[in-house]
Design a protein around this ligand. Structure first.
Ligand code: FES
Ligand code: FE2
Length: 446
């Protein structure tokens, strides 16, 4: 995990979880952003696609890991390859399409040809243009990433030294099961993905989903009244939590139905009323009550979802002041079609670029970012001290647990992990800040 350039800073100076503040420069400075690309996006496991997006042999999807374009491609044997979308000749993109099915890829410039798995297959007019020994095709394919999956989600990293995906996710897998494994058929993405752009630092998206239940009742008040005819209630802290580990986090209530109800689709409620007892058998009572409650979730570094609303997204960084948001609707494969459609409509009415809640958030994050143009402003700190004293131990919930979903506990944990990775010279330098309960063990009774 050698940094490309020497790492001169301890980035913990930008994040103080004891006093509860963050230095604003991490949302603005180009040099910090470049370090994020090297220390976080070139090293951490990142969500790149859902299995259902590339079900058939030779299906592919193009996306980014940091600012590195990649092709995610299904192989004949069912495995997935992820490799740089850049031709090793002069660097042009190998594939210009967003997604599709291809028996091979050919570069637009001189026509070098690549297999769906990213092997360099041949060069046009090779016998005339090249002499024997000029190029070893085996050696000159685009760089391959390490790939692993967790219950339908495909992850990749370019760091050979990174820990396994299992270790990287840690006990977050126990929580992920609530979303991905509450029904025996697993999940799928439906309706295609939507791309949009927000002039905001990528971390404002992720920190909102990791633990900002607080903004909902204020920011989304008019949206809530338009959608449901009433303001969002502010739930009592009892029975709600923030849970985090390794920079991933889930803030949630335990009433079981709040988020399902705000979608305003009676069919969805009926479906889950029937499914809940089976979920309880499959995952235990507690996890069955977490699903569908008011909740939001983020996986370090840049993937988020809303269990119950079924909105799933990645925040792709596009410089320190711009992000590309890609969103999907995630549903259970076994759901009847009409329930899938009800979710797709509800999800798009709420969390989509034209959705009732999405625009409220984007506008705020753009404001949070652009204000730092002022040098005096940028020299000030931001307050992240809400709920510092609510840390508890819980007999069932794994991770670092804080009582009440209204706190900034998960955000502090996210930024601590950010500073840990930004400052680390190797993965051995990255501290483990909680005791995993599920290391090497299944997270669900088989
Ligand atoms: S740049 Fe791709 S073939 Fe030359
Ligand atoms: Fe929001």
């Amino acid at each position: 995990m050698n940094a490309i350039t020497p790492n001169p800073f301890d980035y913990h100076q930008f994040v103080n979880t004891e006093e509860g503040w963050i230095d604003r420069r991490i949302f603005w400075e180009e040099t910090i952003y470049q370090r994020e690309l090297e220390q976080i996006f070139a090293k951490a496991w990142q969500f790149v696609a859902h299995d259902s997006m590339i079900p058939e042999t030779n299906d592919f999807y193009t996306t980014y890991m940091g600012e590195d374009g990649v092709i995610v491609s299904r192989q004949k044997d069912g495995s997935v390859n992820v490799f740089l979308n850049s031709c090793p000749h002069r660097g042009n993109k190998i594939c210009l399409a967003d997604e599709g099915n291809a028996r091979n890829f050919s570069c637009n410039y001189h026509g070098w040809g690549f297999s769906p798995g990213g092997k360099l297959l041949g060069l046009p007019n090779e016998q005339i243009v090249y002499d024997d020994g000029d190029i070893d095709l085996e050696r000159w394919g685009p760089r391959q990433a390490r790939v692993d999956t967790y219950k339908g989600l495909i992850f990749a990293t370019f760091d050979e030294e990174a820990p396994s995906l299992e270790e990287f996710l840690g006990d977050f897998r126990w929580y992920l099961d609530i979303m991905l494994d509450h029904d025996e058929g697993g999940t799928e993405f439906i309706g295609g993905g939507i791309k949009s752009y927000i002039n905001a630092n990528w971390k404002f998206g992720i920190e909102n989903f990791i633990g900002d239940a607080y903004h909902g009742a204020w920011t989304h008040d008019s949206g809530a009244r338009a959608l449901m005819g009433e303001s969002l209630p502010v739930p009592e802290p009892a029975g709600s939590y923030q849970a985090s580990m390794n920079g991933h986090g889930w803030e949630f209530g335990t009433d079981g139905f709040y988020d399902l109800a705000i979608l305003g689709q009676p069919k969805i409620l009926e479906y889950y009323e029937k499914l809940k007892p089976k979920m309880a058998e499959r995952l235990g009572e507690l996890r069955a009550t977490i699903f569908g409650s008011l909740a939001s979730v983020a996986m370090f570094p840049n993937c988020s979802f809303l269990p119950g609303v079924q909105a799933f997204r990645v925040w792709l960084p596009r410089g320190p002041r711009k992000l590309e948001l890609r969103t999907w609707t995630i549903v259970n494969k076994n759901m009847p079609d009409e329930i899938k459609q009800a979710f797709n409509i509800a999800c798009n009415q709420t969390f989509n670029p034209a959705g009732i809640f999405e625009m409220d958030d984007g506008d705020n994050w753009e404001g949070n970012t652009s204000i730092n143009k002022g040098v005096v402003t940028r020299g000030e700190k931001l307050h992240y001290g809400c709920g510092m004293k609510r840390r508890i131990e819980h007999s069932e919930l794994p991770g670092v647990i804080y009582e009440s979903q209204y706190s900034e506990a998960n955000q502090r944990q996210f930024y601590q992990r950010w500073a840990d990775l930004m400052s680390a010279r190797s993965w051995d330098d990255v501290p483990t800040r909680y005791t995993p309960r599920y290391a090497g063990k299944p997270t669900r009774p088989e």
